[in-house]
Ligand binder design. Structure first.
Ligand SMILES: NC(=O)c1ccc[n+]([C@@H]2O[C@H](COP(=O)([O-])OP(=O)(O)OC[C@H]3O[C@@H](n4cnc5c(N)ncnc54)[C@H](O)[C@@H]3O)[C@@H](O)[C@H]2O)c1
Ligand SMILES: [Zn+2]
Length: 435
């Protein structure tokens, strides 16, 4: 029953009626990175730090950006120590360098989610006081909000995956706790995203596959997330970046799925196909504009322990120095089973998402299988390992993986169905092999 002055309209202002949505301005297209100098000059910056990883640095993209900055009277330095899948140590090291060599008027992040997330943390730690743990999401960290505006940050994605160029969060591994977590606050969102599909032509097929599955899961999890009105009403200062699925996020996710359906397999098989690469870059950003406001759920919550507790798996196409399960891969491995679990809570959304991702698929007798089957068909075609078993986990590991998922309550809260430890254990057990 509705109460209050708008009860006759069916509106109860003690329940949640509000959603929020945000994204940075974008500059998209071939050659866009050569306009970064012009863009940075608009912010009045004189001295800028470019953050990247060693592989991207060798490809020469940061020095090309430095030339564009010089042409607009801006001096810059390149820091190429961003760790692939950043840790608290690697972020502290980057922030330490930036503090010693600063002050900076702005930052450019060029790379995948790893470099962009590192730059977000460096911007925060060199502008505001405190250390990482003060800002990391509670209960792992203190969840403090930045006091004021951060410096201009231009994000230049070189993978088609995370959508970090449009989101308000950064993800890191806290090594001492063996847990992956993040910092999320709207002030972390880059000031401008410059997306140039030409820079993605050099992506190895394995990174194309794993990062692309991150896009798929962002779009699907966001689209099937709990609807925003089903949460408790929040006070304005308590509004979170993830507010549940909503009409604006839905639009971006639907469009991302359509782009993925038409371009993912081609981009994997023929990395030089610029049309497919462009669609993948658009899809990544679109999905970022979706999930970055609505949220993700079980597949991402499960990905944290799958990546964090890795034993000896070393994926081809990635740096071989340390074992790792890349983010997009870790997210996809339990996705088919997670969507079987979430199906009854919103069948029509799961079916619509399946139709967008696999428009030519036959109608199955069991509607709950339509989306898992579309996801598995894609994973097989792009050679994602077959289940968590293929990256080194057995039945005996499940009791250790489950608590890692249950710590991600911020993500599980977005699940369209209440989810407990036994549900997660079952999802892991049935994801040891996906086909
Ligand atoms: N902030 C967010 O919203 C968000 C969302 C999802 C994931 N993430 C995080 O992002 C990280 C993963 O990022 P990612 O998947 O973009 O990959 P990445 O940044 O980890 O890079 C993966 C590998 O690809 C290489 N590479 C990147 N671009 C290349 C190019 N154009 N040519 C050749 N090689 C290239 C890198 O050097 C690296 O070896 C994880 O830490 C994940 O948790 C963040
Ligand atoms: Zn992700």
């Amino acid at each position: 029953m509705s109460a209050g002055p708008y009860a006759h309209l069916g509106v109860d202002l003690t329940e949640e009626t509000i959603f929020t949505w945000g994204a940075p301005p974008l500059k998209f297209g071939a050659g866009a990175i050569d306009e970064i100098g012009f863009e940075m000059a608009q912010f009045g910056a004189r001295r800028v730090l470019i953050l990247t990883d060693p592989t991207i640095n060798e490809l020469g993209l940061p020095s090309r950006i430095a030339e564009s900055l010089t042409a607009h009277g801006i001096t810059s330095e390149i820091y190429d120590g961003c760790h692939v899948e950043p840790t608290d140590d690697s972020m502290d090291k980057a922030a330490g360098y930036a503090r010693e060599q600063g002050p900076w008027d702005g930052f450019v992040a060029v790379g995948g989610g790893s470099s962009i997330d590192t730059a977000k943390a460096v911007n925060l730690l060199t502008t505001d006081e405190g250390d990482l743990m003060d800002y990391i999401n509670a209960p792992i960290g203190a969840g403090r909000a930045p006091k004021g505006q951060l410096k201009p940050l231009i994000a230049v994605p070189t993978t088609a995956g995370t959508g970090s160029e449009s989101t308000a969060m950064c993800v890191l591994d806290v090594l001492s706790m063996r847990v992956k977590t993040g910092i999320s606050h709207w002030r972390l969102r880059p000031t401008l995203a410059v997306i140039d599909p030409l820079v993605s032509l050099t992506l190895p097929p394995e990174v194309t596959a794993a990062a692309g599955m991150d896009i798929v899961c962002h779009a699907l999890e966001s689209y099937t997330a709990r609807w925003y009105t089903t949460f408790d009403r929040k006070q304005p200062e308590k509004r979170v970046t993830y507010c549940g699925s909503n009409p604006v996020s839905d639009l971006w996710c639907e469009k991302a799925l359509t782009l993925l359906a038409a371009s993912f397999r081609t981009a994997f098989r023929d990395g030089s196909d610029l049309a497919a690469r462009s669609s993948m870059m658009l899809a990544a950003t679109f999905a970022g504009m979706g999930f970055g406001n609505s949220g993700v759920h079980i597949p991402h919550a499960n990905a944290y322990p799958i990546a964090g507790m890795v034993k000896s798996y070393r994926p081809p196409g990635y740096p071989q120095a340390e074992p790792m399960v890349p983010h997009g891969m870790s997210v996809s491995l339990t996705a088919p089973e997670a969507f079987r679990f979430s199906f009854p809570s919103a069948p029509e959304r799961h079916l619509r998402a399946a139709a967008l991702l696999a428009p030519d698929a036959e109608k199955l007798n069991d509607p709950g299988e339509q989306l898992p089957s579309a996801v598995i068909g894609l994973m097989r075609d792009i050679e994602i390992p077959n289940g968590i078993g293929a990256v080194g986990y057995t039945e005996a590991d499940i009791s250790d993986l489950v608590p890692g998922t249950m710590k991600q309550q911020r993500l599980l809260a977005t699940c369209p169905r209440p989810v407990g430890e036994d549900d997660i254990a079952g999802i892991f057990a049935r994801s040891i092999q996906n086909w």
